[in-house]
Design a protein around this ligand. Sequence first.
Ligand code: GDP
Length: 392
Amino acid sequence: METDLIIAAIVVVVGGGGTALVARLRSRRPSAPAAPDEAAPGGAVGTLEPPGQDGTSGGTGTVAPPDSLPTEPPPVRARPVEQPPPSAGRMARLRGRLARSQSAFGSVLLNLLSTGNLDEQTWEEIEDTLITADMGVGPARQIVEQLRTEVKVTGTRDPAEVRDLLRADLLAQLGPDMDRTLRALPHGDRPAVILVVGVNGTGKTTAVGRLARSLIGDGQTVLLGAADTFRAAAADQLQTWGERVGAETVRSDREGADPASVAFMAVNEGIERGVDTVIVDTAGRLHTKAGLMDELGKIKRVIEKHGTVDEVLLVLDATTGQNGLRQARVFAEVTNVTGIILTKLDGTAKGGIVIAVQRELGVPVKLVGLGEGPDDLAPFDPEVFADAIVGD
Ligand code: GDP
């Protein structure tokens, strides 16, 4: 109920500059603990608006300077809230997209394999085709060796049989037994916390928004933390995603505010509100490794004052090939990545990047982006992926 809502003012002294920010925090509960010492000096405070009068979630509040603090709460707009579809089977539903982007590479392989004369040059062409799909030299060689043995043993050139062999070998390289479960379930009265990291432009903010939709589609409650404080547009974008599905966003309106403070406030608010999952979008500037390490390390430490970080998901753009792998290496060095979100897989025939990046980091691709639509983020299914490459 609106009448239960309490407006609390939190004053945070900004380290260094000594400026005070006053945030209006409206919560269902009367008090929110102060940010820990580590978070406070950064000085950013996220704010929340109350749930809508229709019982749905409200949007995000703003950080207001002290002299503009209004005496009346602003009117709450009722927004229609969407009910997104559940995540199960999503990749199979988007198979057409995958087949369009990946099958060209599969059909080249199948044509080569079905030729009467499988000589040394043809095997080299097969290997080159696999490498061109960004799979990496090691996995490409393994697939070729495996296929050579199988084709020799069976003596087959039958297209259907050749396709089955290729599918099985591709699938083996995709790591069908890797645990791709998303750890997004709460621990008792504490929400699961998912940190999303990655370079700007990879589709990170879109991925956070779509992940929230997907979890809500699966029946969970979600709160978003806009800790990418270097781009106001990113926080706006996140808030818009959240509003569509009734997830609130904790943000600061001060560009460059301390990301760890926003992350802390988001998790704190998630606990207060009893949500299942808090997803924190982090800054994706390409800056020094030491800077990145400091920033992500601090966010993680601050959150861990409340409990655990359940997932650190690294967003990579599938169309960037080797560049994406370089980014993966840097992020893996500075933080403990637990899963990969591979975006824009609809925009490249180089699906072999799934294999290369899993090898590089030793962690599974958990989600893939297959389009620009709100529900085009799917749990990664290696079987569907292998089918899309070889066609069936
Ligand atoms: P950020 O800078 O990393 O936060 O990137 P954004 O989330 O703003 O996304 C950058 C662009 O990539 C947007 O136009 C998105 O619609 C687009 N995008 C994100 N994921 C996908 C995807 O899976 N497929 C396609 N085709 N476009 C995507």
